[in-house]
Design a protein around this ligand. Sequence first.
Ligand code: NDP
Length: 388
Amino acid sequence: MRKVSILGATGSIGQNTIDLIKRAPDEYDVVALTGARNIKQLAEDAKDLRADIAVTADPNLLGELRDALAGSGIEVAAGQQALVEAGARNADWVMSSIVGAAGLAPGLEALKQGASLALANKESMVCAGALVKATAKQNDAHVLPVDSEHSAVFQGLIGEDMKAVERIIITASGGAFRDWPMEKLAGATPAQAATHPNWDMGQRITIDSASMFNKALEVIETREFFEVLPDIIEVLVHPQSMIHALVGFNDGALMAHVGPPDMRHAIGFALHWPERRKLPVERLDLAALSQLTFRAPDETRWPALRLAREVMQAGGHTGAVFNAAKERALDHFIAEKIGFMQMAEVVEEVLTRLSAQSGLTNAEMTLDSVLEMDHLARKSADEIIAGT
Ligand code: NDP
């Protein structure tokens, strides 16, 4: 039996992972499941999957978790350190699907004990790509992409020579406001931004899809995962979300990955890699689809894409600053303290204010240095929003 853990089990990716695991319960020995606020779901899944331990990120909810699992024999724990320890538990395969930079430290622990890390948590690569890759290398561990675009590129590169790769194109649905008139965007509400036309995802990533901060993170993640030059990475608006990415080669060929918008494909690919196994996803009828459309992204509408290029250019710890500033700007947007278009303004200002400090090189990157830059960027974003 394969030992598996799911960090962020109660979220959208976590639940899709559990769906796949529950279909073949005899193949998996579930070690750790983690969540934050959704104790009911965490306890229910821990019991169903007979996990060794259930962990909540929120220490205030430990009592509730303990009560929900009383008599089950399942260990319980809470807090940041407990999450890190959950990642360090011996497992063959670990899903990293906590949202935000909080997913970095537990994922690094999984790599340190040699597990294959299925990385949905794109923030890990954006904030600390060099550290994640070095940790994997030192421990002979694999990092497998779970973002649908990166899984698509990964699959498109199987058996290929990276020297022949000319372009990597990742697609974007354009999110909730793709066709809104520009002048309406300033007044867009969090509830409006949290409605995705194609994908059913967590609230934060759905809003990040509307602002294209999600795509900006994915562009940086592409550079880190595949170690390509920033200028060969392109973003293409594709409203139907059927083609997830394309790889272009030096003979002019473009290899596209086509599939329905169902994360169980990318999760299942990472779960069974290097094998391909049957997965419970819809088989596409291309004749019924009939129309796939594409357009270039407008960077006035989505300034996050321009910022992503600047972040890649600057390198070092700039990814950690970008992500943390974005997370804080998003918190303030959700709390209705700033408008939709102000998120990018705040992030740009934080990048400017911290440009001198974020220039530390990749070789100087440690978990502490990344967390320090993350902290400074959050503080700076708060100050900018408070007008100080
Ligand atoms: P959700 O918001 O649905 O789930 C997030 C998970 O993280 C939940 O288990 C949540 O617990 C937990 N969590 C929240 N805050 C913290 C914290 N501070 N510390 C520890 N755990 C926490 O997110 P998604 O599943 O949508 O996304 C997860 C990650 O995967 C993100 O990085 C996202 O960008 C990426 N991703 C998601 C895709 C999708 O289709 N959803 C596609 C590709 C990538 P609880 O719910 O109990 O509060």
